[in-house]
Design a protein. Structure first.
Length: 148
């Protein structure tokens, strides 16, 4: 998910481009203005953290939408997290998205599911309707994914 700061800063295309160029497949995408309830659900595992109220406010105050996406391909959850970089951009490797574009933990531009279970939960939350995930085969799929 591209967070409101990533949208405001015009990073949508750059972030999508990184996943596309790596060879991952886009199976769902939408802009959403998250409600407070959706932001709270999305970050439910952090509800006891001191920054939780301001995180939820920032995600749901309507100053910018978020871009929710589902990407598919080999090891995409773990690789996606690596492409994002560390939660604190000051610890993120320079080749990562956060390491290239961000300097603040409160404005780190992107969210990525951290496990299969959280991906399932988050995909269900942000794309709840039948037909929102598109099954398709990129013409280059085997050129990218084949192990021979
Ligand atoms: P992640 O986004 O790398 O998965 P999490 O620990 O799940 O990191 O935290 C979710 C989000 O909460 C972070 O991306 C960041 O925006 C915010 N956050 C995490 N830790 C802090 C903090 O110490 N201060 C302020 N915001 C934080
Ligand atoms: Mg997280």
């Amino acid at each position: 998910m591209i967070k409101p700061d990533g949208v405001q800063r015009g990073l949508i295309g750059k972030i999508i481009n990184r996943f596309e160029e790596r060879g991952y497949k886009l199976v769902a995408l939408k802009t959403v203005a998250p409600s407070k309830e959706m932001a709270e659900r999305h970050y439910a595992d952090l509800k006891n953290k001191p920054f939780f109220p301001s995180l939820v406010e920032y995600m749901s105050n309507g100053a910018a939408p978020v871009v929710a996406m589902v990407w598919e391909g080999s090891d995409v959850i773990r690789q996606g997290r690596a492409m994002l970089g560390a939660t604190s951009p000051l610890d993120a490797a320079s080749g990562t998205l956060r390491g290239q574009y961000c300097v603040s933990i409160g404005r780190n531009a992107i969210h990525g599911s951290d496990s299969f279970e959280s991906a399932e939960k988050e995909i269900g939350m942000w794309f709840p309707q039948a037909g929102e995930l598109i099954s398709w085969t990129p013409a280059i799929w085997n050129w990218v994914m084949s192990n021979n």
